[in-house]
Design a protein around this ligand. Sequence first.
Ligand code: SF4
Length: 552
Amino acid sequence: MGVATRGPARVLLSARDLSGCAHRLSLDHSLGAQGAAEGDSPEVARRKEAATLHRTRVRELLRAIHSDEATAAFVAVDEGPRERRVADTLAAVARGAQWIWNAALPDDLADRRRGHSELLAHDGVGYVPIIVVNHRVTRAVAARSNGDDPPRPATTSPLWTWLPMPDATRALRPNRRDQQRLQHLTEMLAAAGLSGDRGTGPWLAGVIGMDADCIAVIDVGPLRAEFAHLTYERLAIVDQLVPTQPSRIGECRDCSWWTQCEAELLARDDVSLVVNGMVADALRANGIDTISKLAAMPADAAPADWRTGSFPDAVAAARCHLTGQEMVRRSEATPIARADVEVDVDMESYREDGAYLWGTLLTDRTDPARPVVYRPFVTWRPLPTTAEAEAFAAFWAWLHEQIAQAEAAGKTFAAYCYSEQAENRWLRGSADRFAGMAGIPTRTEVEAFIASPRWVDVYAAVSANFYCAKGKGLKRVAPVAGFTWRDGEAGGAASMDWYALAVGLNGGPPDETQRARLLQYNEDDVRATKVLREWMGGDGVKRLPTMRSLLG
Ligand code: SF4
């Protein structure tokens, strides 16, 4: 929260205050707010920890890069009270530092801003802000294959010197929050007289992303007027001049005000509890603001200007909420591709570092005597490591051996995953990163496999066949099919912590119990996928109502 001192006229906006839920902004700055909100959720705490670790790595990288320069060239401001960091930053400026790490800028009391920049770089005119973020900020530009215009090249600077140049090999991945933070810092630098006289020239600013291989550069100058207006709007909320109220959105998942907001939404029977934020806004605009009103709507009576997704699905959401129904069949049949030999696959990755585990479960439907066996292909060498390539190569070889054996015996074959997006990303990524190493398929071979009917996305089949009131994640839908995970805490976020312990990422010895836990979790995921798709093709699924019966 960017509050210097409580009291309407003295609240300062931080970069975080510029985006996100208006009600959260209002609550954060309301009188009596202190202590009312709950602390960070485990997921938010995890993200913050990862971001801190990333910033530390970048700081050390930059320190090493500039280690042979004069001591004043790269100055790192120590952590500590804000006033001291501001003083140290200004002292570094006075000494003519070329780069200032962990810069705290003087409060801008006139325009009510407070902020800090991971890095400042002097570009010969004055300082430009550079932030360090834990997501990708550019993407590689693929060679043109279909005559389309190539994406606009990014402007990037190397890390070792501020030298912004067009970079035809990359395109920017725009991020609104990053851009707003850079605008915020740019205005603060200008207010403090640290940006130099730029006149009508560009106002460049930079972002160092997850890969920390360059500085992505953007010109925030053209958006300064628009940004001033945004700041004005957000300050009006902070000053409690604009009333706000809760509406459930994605941000609520990790918001410390959720308990309070949920109670309010439940009391209002608010429609946002059952549909997403955009649909809720569209419904409210048409006078449908409660779940009861929505549930009472005929499914074929969409408002005349309805353009926001499926109106029957919105009505189904309200009726499922009232009846407690979790899944509804879209039609009588719920088809999914089947084969004689079926392999369920689930991959586990750690952040952006790599994929350390490919778990498989083989079922031969033509041979009931053949045991259904879980086989993991795993490395416990901490990522990133080339041992990941060995595990991936072993998985790929085994999978293709099964395909060859099945086809030699005249049997059909299919491999299944739940939501191919993640698996495909690491199939392609592994082929690219380990190209040329023993047993690694080419990118073309991987693409051919992904495009083949042998690779089946069960998530896509669930999406096509069901309306899922509580979401379509495997942990949501497999229990409806009768599956339960052995570990009550199983989940993607928890598995990150388990992995860190399993390989000793935090400096401790590797924890064998967490390795066993991850393998069990992965095995349960592939078993859940199998149970779910077999259920879809059986009679049990027929106990679910159809959309026709729910909406009729
Ligand atoms: S819980 Fe949701 S509605 Fe409430 S303040 Fe947070 S983001 Fe806004």
